[in-house]
Design a protein around this ligand. Sequence first.
Ligand SMILES: [Zn+2]
Length: 274
Amino acid sequence: MFDLKTDVNGVLDELYSAKCKNYEMICPILLPLGINQASAITFSKHIFNEITVIGSVDKKFVVVYAKLKKLLIIIDQHAAHERVRLEMLMNEYTHQEIEEVTFKQSKLKKTIPLKLSSDEVRCLSSKDVNNHFRKLGVSYNLQGNCMDIVAVPTCLYNNVFENVDTEKDKLLKLFVSSFIKEEFDFLKNSRCFSKTIPNFLNKIINHEACRGAIKFGDVLTTEACQNLVQSLSLCKLPFQCAHGRPTMVPLTNMRKMPPKVERQKVNLKKLKAL
Ligand SMILES: [Zn+2]
């Protein structure tokens, strides 16, 4: 007896698998990456040479395709722009030489007086300490137990004068005294000069980079996405935002079926007999 149910299913299975094979020849297969696989993929700057921008997704991410690695990658639009801005601001606010970063300074119209302990006066009288603060953008004169600040780091100055509406002088004094206190504490505890950028200035520049960066929810045209990826490719550390979060993450591996795939024949006799 002709078993319609079994045969129909058989024919459909054959048709389906034949169709699938055809599609697999032209469509990439999506292989979602597990957490372990994704974290095993490391990016180097060469990745930017093989990237094609696809476009913006959900007003949050830029999707790109890395042709050689066959990876679909998402770029966090805020984190990426924050990194671009951070490196731009570091260039604007510092002179960077091979092993030394010197902060540019802004001269004050009105000096800021700070009272000091005798320990602090002794410390600040040293030529090396004076030099150290000068490299951080702070210039001062000592008068008795008072420190007269005549110049401050430009990043700190701009942060107060460009973003605060009232009590700018008061806020600047608070910022400068906190910064100097932090440096004193470091000198006291470590008994050496730090070679890295002080936390206080780092935070200020990171904050400025974040504040002016593209946000989630901002609409990016394809051209804006391309410009963002291009700017990111020119960064020294393109794979982390100012706060250390990744700027780009592999989403999925895309590969095509190997070229030699035998196509299954559809049983047309069975199909006609239906
Ligand atoms: Zn941010």
